[in-house]
Write a protein that binds this ligand. Sequence first.
Ligand code: 7RM
Length: 648
Amino acid sequence: MTGIESFSSEERSFPPPEPFKDRALVTDLSLHEEADRDWKGFWARQALALDWYDEWDTICDWRLPFARWFDGGTLNASYNCVDRHVAAGNGDRVAYHWEGEPGDTRTITYADLLADVQRFANVLRDLGVRRGDRVAIYMPMIPELPVAMLACTRIGAAHSVVFGGFSSDALRDRIVDAEAKVLVTADGGWRRGAIVPLKANADASLHAAPSIEAVVVVRRTGQELPMQDGRDHWWHDVMASAATECEPERMGSEDLLYLLYTSGTTAKPKGIMHTTGGYLTQVAFTHRYVFDLRPDTDVYWCAADIGWVTGHSYIVYGPLANGATGVLFEGTPDFPERDRWWSIIERYGVTILYTAPTAIRTFMKWGTAEPEKHDLSSLRLLGSVGEPINPEAWMWYRRHVGGDRCPVVDTWWQTETGAILIAPLPGATTLKPGSATFPLPGIAAEVVDDSGQPVQAGGGYLTLTQPWPSMLRGIYGDPERYHQTYWSRFPGRYFAGDGARVDDEGYFWFMGRVDDVMNVSGHRVSTTEVESALVDHPSVAEAATVGASDEITGQAIIAFVTLKGGQEGTPDHGQVLRQHVATRIGAIARPRTIVFTDDLPKTRSGKIMRRLLRDVAEGRALGDVTTLADASVIEEIKKRAAAAPEED
Ligand code: 7RM
């Protein structure tokens, strides 16, 4: 029972640079040792970093698969993210340096946040929102978005943020499932100079979403809009007439903080439930220690969208709970030019950058001249999240963004885990390019084989053997699906759906989703490893591999490859790359076909959709494309694939 085989052998390693280590929060294994002695006590001590009205009675009550953390404790999330920093004398500290896509800017201090959150909390109350209700939020990346989220938490309502790139149908499904009472939206958002018509989309969904009693609309893009009398309100009007003070509700630690829908593969979206005390504890802890945060001097930028869990945990709750100063950016990396991010880093003096491998590989494709136009010397730490990071992309990020001076922390986690679970502590951990390194203190992770036996070294399935404070509390309205999806494959263990390998030093290497594993002549081969071998070739920026049925080998590997600098691929180049993979990891992994393409099909959060590439490789109709960011990409790939040569 081998689980997933591994062929990779990455030898490079990077201990913490001395100048970084000299000032780091953690430089040794003491947190790990403390957590190993008493993991519940460890988490309880982390929870004390928050302000509680009442302390808890029990740290963790675990009745598999349902956990309760800090039961009996009461607190308020908005108080912890805002009020307490103002009370501590930091009201003038910047919470967000906001930059809109057109280049407009706003500076939002903690005192500003407090004023706006209280007013909007009163607006929600005036519209009939009560403790325990749900509020849907469908907004661009503007400061009113975190304000709306925090205002919900202030009065004990749960928010359900729906990414602004989703369609009216997706919005409707999520509103209906959550039975949201109020929708907060904007007239529109900016995307590459065009208006995304959020309010118009919302109107289209509301015909079939009867739970919504009121809609609040931020004016952002300024076009004419129909406003429905009695239902729709302009944000600026209701804010102007709202009371200025709003006492935070004392919420139970296990009260619902928010719902966030994950699309899964094709089925109905799952409303992932996160509650208050454990979630806030763990996002604050990980944000502080994984990013080595110094709230008084760092300028932290997580370039994700708040509509994804990365934005919830590492733009809003973690950074604000820690009193950090962050950048909030509405736009895309190539508008108006391909150096927009580097310009932002230079202008705001960003010290910590957190982004996704898809962005890094895009920058690799565009070339080093773009980051070289700007002074990036303020950066001291880089982070990665969302997909396995190929070792060459990691090296590129370290060199061309981090000037060979910044540790790169690869952080593994999921919407369901709420917070980072596997990642380095950058002042203590020796890094290996492409590895998320080790489970964080207080986290019990094991790689197991098909029969659920722990693998000491080698490939298999990533599982978690103990509850953790920010774990999902279930799927909204569907406890059975929760059990079935996460707790049934390996009894007693949480199964994340990811393949992973442990090396002989105990480092974790993620190998992609297990649904994507390729089966070649009886060998279970990871997509990540073959893709990393391709990206290892100096001409390649990005690659995706899938298994397609093959008469002889069961499945054959089909590789979709994007070259750096807009180069066109030739059949000879394809041969070079096939050989490169064979040399790097073995003949078994040599792709049968290389399809050159300018882009890969991705979700709106940037993950490669191998499922659609499998449909193309098998020559069948495409499956569900609702989460696909750009439909033209897959149409182009179909044409290219039909013309690509097959080899033996
Ligand atoms: C945070 C987020 C979760 C899935 C997860 C993995 C993949 C995320 C990494 C990663 C390898 C990483 N939440 N994933 N981070 N794989 N290394 N550092 O992305 O719910 O949207 O996705 O993303 O497959 O299960 S998510």
